[in-house]
Structure formats: structure tokens, C-alpha cells
Design a protein around this ligand. Structure first.
Ligand code: PMM
Length: 272
């Protein structure tokens, strides 16, 4: 999954694809370089970010989703808002990626049940403005799987077919770097939720996140620049794919697409 952030202020690429023409061209380039899905988002979720209005979000993503879908790209809409998801599905988006897992907009579950599209349920504890205050865990794997299990149960109770659901640990969202590393190291446990339909497919969004930049920086307060974290993202993609992830969400596609193909080929050899 390649990312198009139609925002002025995202974690790593804010402002680069803010105009619709740039965003559409970037989405086409991601697809041409091997992305199976292009994820279009209009609202930054970096720590501390404030929300934008629904109209502004619709204005940002509308033309980009429509043009990419029209060009035959499989588009995912990255939104917490039901109206944005609904309009995107109406213009050709085939998947909804909701970082709040349905918590931010109570109407989202009804739309997803009716539209019958795949739905990414990310682990989330609240809006970005103060989410890092909620990065408090006694056992991060246990708590994230318990909270994701609750979400999955609420969503299936609301009429969503469990086969539509993809789960995501939400690396960097109400997580300190140590939490994200623990979740990655124990990735296989995250699909085994407390739900009769488990295991669920897992999506991993590690690309260019702060926990990688901090690990590879030259000191505690000098993280490596995001644009120089792509080789490390490829290393994590190879690991995640070998650990059974269904999808990785990345900003730069070619190296990650190679890593996924290599992991898939190695996986074939491991079959009995
Ligand atoms: N991370 C970001 C945005 N959307 N969606 C999912 N499912 N998982 C993520 O980890 C995720 C996401 C923030 O990253 P960016 O602003 O650098 O693209």
C-alpha cells in the first residue's frame, strides 16, 4: 500500500503532494512502481495535529480519489469520517482505512456494513492532539489486542462481516517508541484476537515513523531525517512480510515491493 498524503503537515511528506495534480501524479507513480493499493488521506494524524473541517477534508481528497479510481488504481480512503468515506466509495474507493477503528465517527460502522468494503481497524486511543498522553501500558501487546478485540466485536455486532476486517496495531499512535518496537517484535500475536473469526489479516504502518528515525539518529534529540529512513522501512517490510503481515503501508514503494516479493517467494519454500 503506497501513501498519498494530501496534507500540508503529515509525519514525513506533508506538503509534497498537497495540490490535486501533484497528488494524482504521485498516486499513479506509486501504482506504477508496484503498489497494489494507493491510500489517500486528507487529514494529518501526526502527534499534536489538530483536526481539519470535514469540508476541507472532502475538498482535499475528493478529486484525487476519483481520478486515481478512474485510472484503474485500487484506492483506499484514509479517513475517520463517514461522509468522507461514503463520498470516496461513491467515486470508486475500494477500501476504507480508519485510524480510529470506528471510534471517531459512530456512523462509520453502518456505512461499512452496508457498503461491504474491506475496512482497516487501527488501534487508537484518541485524537492526535493529545494521543501521546495516552501512551501508558502495563503490557502493550495484551492491551492492544484486548482493545482491538473490543473494536472488532463492536463492528461485527453492528453488522460488518468479519471477512471485511483488517487489523492494525497503530504504530506511533498513543505509543512510545518502545511500545511500537514491542508490537512489531510480537506481530504474529496481533492477528489472534478474542473473536470467533480470528485470525484477522494485519496491516503494518511503520514507514518513516518517529520510532525508526529515533533509533537510527545520532542522539536522543537528533532523529534521522524521515527521507533517510526508507532503507530501514524496507528492512521492516521484509520482517513484517515474513512475520505474516497482509499489507504494509509505505511512502516509497519500489524497495518495499521487492521485499514483499522476496518474503512471498521464501514463504513458498516453507510450505510442506
Ligand atoms: N499511519 C498514518 C496514517 N494512516 N493508517 C494505518 N492503517 N496505519 C498507520 O500506521 C497509519 C495510517 C500516519 O503516517 P503518515 O502521516 O506518515 O503517512
Amino acid at each position: 500500500m503506497g501513501v498519498v498524503n494530501v496534507t500540508p503537515d503529515s509525519f514525513s511528506d506533508g506538503g509534497k503532494w498537497f495540490g490535486p495534480d501533484e497528488a494524482i501524479a504521485h498516486g499513479l507513480e506509486l501504482a506504477a512502481s508496484g503498489a497494489d493499493i494507493v491510500d489517500v488521506g486528507g487529514e494529518s494524524t501526526r502527534p499534536g495535529a489538530l483536526r481539519i473541517s470535514e469540508d476541507e477534508e472532502l475538498r482535499r481528497v475528493g478529486p484525487v480519489v476519483a481520478a486515481l479510481a478512474q485510472a484503474g488504481v485500487i484506492v483506499s480512503i484514509d479517513t475517520m469520517r463517514v461522509r468522507v468515506a461514503e463520498q470516496a466509495i461513491g467515486t470508486g474507493a475500494r477500501l476504507v482505512n480508519d485510524v480510529s477503528g470506528g471510534l471517531a465517527d459512530p456512523a462509520m460502522a453502518g456505512l461499512i456494513a452496508a457498503a461491504q468494503v474491506p475496512y482497516v481497524v487501527m488501534h487508537w486511543r484518541g485524537q492526535s492532539v493529545d494521543m501521546q498522553d495516552k501512551a501508558v501500558y502495563a503490557d502493550v501487546v495484551k492491551e492492544v489486542t484486548a482493545e482491538l478485540s473490543q473494536r472488532v466485536r463492536a463492528l461485527t455486532d453492528a453488522g460488518i462481516d468479519p471477512a471485511q476486517l483488517i487489523v492494525d496495531p497503530g504504530l506511533g499512535f498513543a505509543k512510545l517508541p518502545a511500545h511500537s518496537w514491542t508490537l512489531l517484535a510480537r506481530l504474529r500475536e496481533l492477528s489472534c484476537l478474542d473473536h470467533p473469526a480470528a485470525p484477522f489479516p494485519v496491516l503494518v504502518g511503520a514507514s518513516r515513523k518517529g520510532f525508526i528515525a529515533r533509533l537510527l539518529g545520532t542522539g536522543q534529540d537528533t532523529p534521522r531525517p524521515f527521507a533517510e529512513c526508507d532503507d530501514a522501512t524496507v528492512a521492516l517490510t521484509a520482517y513484517a512480510a515474513m512475520a505474516g503481515a497482509w499489507c504494509v503501508r509505505v511512502h516509497s514503494v519500489p524497495g518495499n515491493a521487492d521485499a514483499v516479493r522476496i518474503a512471498a517467494r521464501l514463504g513458498e519454500e516453507r510450505q510442506p
